[in-house]
Write a protein that binds this ligand. Structure first.
Ligand SMILES: Nc1nc2c(ncn2[C@@H]2O[C@H](COP(=O)(O)OP(=O)(O)OP(=O)(O)O)[C@@H](O)[C@H]2O)c(=O)[nH]1
Ligand SMILES: [Mg+2]
Length: 468
């Protein structure tokens, strides 16, 4: 090596390069639709790892179980332009005297963990007996993946899809104000900034009303309109689809032409940028899915969420279609689909949750495996808030769960319903069959013992186990 070459680098840069060349770095991405449990999952995972050497909460995570884990530290993240994942805030809320769930988040964030361990790999054992794996955990909204199909669609084709969806309830009623505005505004005439802003604000309001709890719709495009992240208020988000493309000529400054141009720039500067700047660098991915919430909200919302999810999963079928050839070279080689909040169901329902999820994803999962990505499905709870119990019902013992509901002060015992194995048909919703409710986080006796969970250790083993 030339004299003085090392002097040009700081020790941390040199470590970073050594770790990179020894494959001691992994990017673990966590996604899922809004409220699926991303923030809680990451917080619990970090809390488990930070306390893993003093607790025995991770029996299925071999590194912890084998005694080779030396310690875990939260470090400064490498990508300083990406907002930091606020572990400090969310863990403080979860471990408080009166524990509370962390606040909703709306964009991408990142945190780095350095995991120090005794290597049992014959090569590394001799190079360095204690190794470090840097794990960058990235939280990003699954809604952003709903934008991938836009790349294949012209503005006219996308508009037609939205206009058709708005002919059916509940979108028909919810879109009334936006549609009325679009019908009275000529598309072929020059347009002012005020009109553009008003049209896009009405369209965005429509998307937010679809998303509201009582409707529970999730197939909402463009994805950034409800999950803006750092683009909140940016002109890039000021456009909307049209109900009918103009039949005659239109000038370059007409309403239609401007909307079309903004749609194209959204695709180029927002959608493609996310895939090339972030998605392309992920090594491991977990997709969180709140299937129990899907059962609660009724058949229209269920079908909508199922379609949204399958659209989300298209991003992992890369390589299959030449259309997205620029997605080739993606690195993800392990993909975990996890049904979250398994503590909302009785423990005997865990296998059903897993079977249901497998059934729902059958097609997408096959495609992902086909492309050389190792996939797995599992049901888990990042923070277990309920205890298993039994109740007497008509002389029979039935399993139930006990926990403190979100809106109550005292614990209740309840039977929330069975998780079906098959995709339910519309009639299945008529008899109030599903009542999966939300619970308060548990009050911890020992905050250094790791948060109680269900199968988080198995998720960790699948996502990172081979790296140690
Ligand atoms: N019982 C239980 N509830 C959970 C668990 N994980 C998440 N929740 C509930 O789900 C809600 C949403 O969790 P978050 O982690 O904030 O979800 P998110 O995907 O980050 O949501 P956004 O930031 O809004 O996209 C929480 O406020 C809890 O009510 C879990 O493991 N068990
Ligand atoms: Mg969040």
């Amino acid at each position: 090596m030339k004299k003085g070459l090392l002097a040009r680098f700081s020790p941390s840069q040199i470590d970073e390069n050594i770790n990179r060349s020894l494959d001691r770095q992994v990017k673990l991405a966590v996604t899922g639709l809004s409220r699926s449990g991303k923030t809680v999952f990451i917080t619990s995972l970090i809390h488990q790892l930070l306390h893993a050497t003093d607790s025995n909460q991770l029996p299925f995570f071999r590194l912890a179980n084998s005694g080779r884990l030396r310690g875990v530290k939260a470090m400064q993240q490498p990508d300083l332009h990406v907002p930091a994942f606020r572990y400090d805030q969310s863990v403080a809320q979860l471990c408080a005297q009166s524990p509370a769930w962390p606040e909703p988040t709306s964009g991408i964030s990142e945190i780095r963990l350095a995991i120090r361990y005794r290597s049992d790999n014959t090569f590394f054992k001799h190079v360095s007996p204690i190794s470090t794996l840097n794990v960058d955990i990235i939280d990003y909204p699954g809604e952003w993946l709903l934008d991938l199909p836009l790349l294949e669609l012209s503005f006219e084709q996308w508009s037609q899809q939205i206009a058709e969806a708005c002919q059916r309830e509940p979108r028909l009623s919810l879109s009334a104000e936006w549609r009325a505005f679009m019908e009275k505004t000529p598309l072929d005439k020059p347009v002012s900034e005020t009109t553009l802003r008003e049209a896009s604000a009405l369209y965005t309001d429509f998307l937010f009303s679809c998303k509201a709890k009582e409707h529970g719709l999730t197939l909402l495009q463009p994805g950034r309109f409800t999950m803006a992240g750092d683009l909140k208020g940016a002109p890039l988000l000021e456009f909307c689809p049209v109900l009918n493309a103009p039949s005659g000529r239109y000038s370059d400054d007409s309403f239609f032409a401007v909307l079309k141009k903004r749609y194209e720039s959204y695709k180029e500067h927002v959608v493609k940028k996310f895939y090339t700047e972030h998605f392309a660098s992920f090594d491991r991915q977990i997709v969180l899915i709140d299937i129990l919430r899907m059962f609660n909200i009724g058949s229209t919302a269920f079908d909508d969420t199922r379609s949204a999810l399958n659209m989300v999963l298209k991003s992992f079928e890369y390589g299959k279609s030449g259309l997205f050839s620029w997605l080739f070279g993606l690195k993800i080689d392990r993909l975990l689909f996890a049904a979250t909040k398994a503590d909302h169901a009785t423990p005997d329902q865990l296998p059903n949750m897993e079977k249901f999820l497998q059934q729902m994803l059958a097609k997408s999962q096959q495609n992902a495996s086909f492309e050389g990505v190792s996939t797995q499905t599992m049901a888990l709870a990042s923070v277990k808030c309920t205890q298993a119990a039994e109740a007497n019902f008509q002389g029979r013992k039935i399993p139930c769960i006990k926990g403190v509901p979100l809106a109550a002060a005292q614990p209740v015992a309840l039977f929330p319903g069975e998780v079906p194995i098959d995709i339910p048909v519309a009639e299945d919703w008529t008899q109030e069959r599903f009542k999966f409710i939300e619970f308060k986080p548990p009050r911890l006796a020992n905050i250094h013992g790791g948060l109680p969970h269900i199968r988080l250790d198995r998720a960790l083993e699948f996502l990172l186990g081979d790296k140690f």
